[in-house]
Design a protein around this ligand. Structure first.
Ligand SMILES: Nc1ncnc2c1ncn2[C@@H]1O[C@H](COP(=O)(O)OP(=O)(O)OP(=O)(O)O)[C@@H](O)[C@H]1O
Ligand SMILES: [Mg+2]
Length: 430
């Protein structure tokens, strides 16, 4: 199903120094601005609307995975073909740990957002390492990542084909990894910061530059908060920081809006073909209802808010307006009900539908299906729904990792999957 890009309503007309079509332009780019397959030759809607582009995205798949001193694995190795991967084993066997290792093949701290020191196996002499060989977006590639505890910086190291990478963003040139874990079950009922993080991860998997924008914004905001807390109301200094916050903050907000626009469109287009409820998505909490204005106006509006809010923010000890206050509002469209008021099962179904739609969007826009990590996804579904879910996952065209305690639960996948048993820090083919 094609996902057309939006109409560029956010493009900036005054020739300013910033690119105000962040998601639109870089959705189809890699970390270094390399244009990926689907977008070759054009980053504009026609390329994606074109009937000829409706074929399945290319498959990215992991063919080898080696873990050293990673969580409960002292040393484990896995040889894979391009099919889905089913991991079964008892509670505490190491299934989620293995998924966490794969999630570290994307920028950030992985699906548990754990501190690297916690990931390293207890009693291990050094740090952990993950090595993988995969058929990636640019062909066969070897990726090694991990930490070395003797390194004071405790930063994650990354080698791609044996060469140290400049930043972890380079991973996105080779694969995009998306996940759904039981820990996300409370997403709709919990605090807004979890939803913001979720939202930003959705943006990041399309637009690797989003992470940099967000961290630069955070840094600028911290400097402003510090100046205000120290009572240093130097107007030129504050104005400089606020202008930087405005350009970064509006770029962030636009990237989120554009991603949600694309995702909403895809959800609407694929509604008939999925057994899952469809989510109506909306952003609130920052410049609500104003995103049909040109980016330059939004930037001015946010600068004004910051300038006028200086004394209020100084008293509050933080910046009260900005993209860091936005929230993702999700509604169950068929029931016309806020997600947080839906039943537990309905919330899970909404979330599954949302993740799968996003996976399809990533596949459509990059031309390569993402690697999907679906932890305990089949646990609460009856047989019919499970089979429908597997068909849907398989139809995305990528390699998915799925876990469960019972192998029989995955029988409907048949030859579409390879199965492994996880036990006592070891993994064996089953
Ligand atoms: N740094 C570490 N060093 C050693 N073991 C660890 C470390 N971190 C976690 N573990 C252990 O790894 C084990 C496996 O955890 P994991 O979450 O992967 O299990 P699981 O197979 O997904 O189980 P469940 O079915 O309950 O979800 C746990 O017993 C946990 O205590
Ligand atoms: Mg688990």
């Amino acid at each position: 199903m094609p996902a057309a890009l939006p109409e560029g309503r956010f493009s900036r007309s005054d020739g300013g120094s910033h690119d105000f079509r962040p998601a639109l332009q870089s959705a189809v780019m890699g970390s270094s601005g390399k244009i990926l397959a689907l977008a070759a030759g054009s980053a504009y809607p026609s390329a994606i609307d074109d009937e000829s582009e409706r074929s399945m995205p290319n498959k990215v798949f992991i063919s080898r995975l080696k873990l050293t001193d990673f969580r409960n694995y002292a040393a484990a190795a896995l040889a894979l073909d391009e099919r889905h991967v089913v991991l079964t084993g008892d509670n505490g066997a190491g299934k989620t740990n293995l998924m966490e290792a794969v999630s570290l093949l994307s920028p950030g701290r992985g699906l548990r957002r754990a501190a690297y020191a916690d990931i390293t196996r207890v009693h291990a002499p050094g740090g952990f390492s993950i090595f993988t060989e995969l058929e990636g977006m640019e062909g066969l590639v070897e990726i090694g990542t991990g930490i070395d505890t003797s390194d004071e910086t405790a930063a994650r190291r990354l080698r791609i084909n044996g060469t140290p990478a400049r930043t972890v963003d380079e991973l996105t040139d080779h694969l995009r990894v998306l996940w759904l874990t039981p820990a996300m079950d409370g997403l709709f009922t919990g605090g807004s910061s979890e939803r913001r993080r979720f939202l930003d991860r959705l943006v990041l998997s399309l637009d690797p530059a989003h992470g940099r924008r967000a961290s630069d914004f955070e840094r600028a905001m911290r400097s402003r908060n510090k100046l205000l807390s120290e009572g240093r109301f130097d107007p030129s200094w504050l104005t400089g920081i606020e202008e930087q916050m405005a350009s970064l903050g509006i770029a962030m907000a636009i990237a989120r809006q554009e991603m949600l626009g694309l995702l909403s469109r895809l959800i609407a287009e694929t509604r008939e073909t999925t057994p899952f409820p469809s989510a109506a998505l909306e952003l609130s909490g920052f410049l609500d209802g104003q995103f049909d204005r040109p980016a330059v106006d939004l930037e001015d509006a946010y600068s004004d808010m910051l300038r006028e809010g200086r004394y209020r923010d100084a008293a509050a000890g933080r910046t009260l307006d900005g993209p860091h206050r936005a929230d993702l509002l999700v509604r169950h469209r068929e029931k016309d009900m806020e997600a947080e008021r839906c039943s537990t099962g309905e919330q899970k179904a909404l979330l599954v539908g949302l993740i799968l739609a996003h996976a399809r969007l990533v596949g459509n826009l990059t031309g390569h299906a993402p690697v999907l990590l679906l932890d305990e996804i089949a646990a609460h579904l009856d047989e019919g729904r499970r089979a429908a879910l597997f068909d849907l996952i398989d139809g995305l065209g990528g390699q998915s990792f799925m876990t469960g305690t019972d192998k029989a639960m995955f029988s409907a996948l048949g030859e579409r999957a390879q199965s492994f048993t996880v036990a006592h820090g070891g993994i064996t083919k089953s």
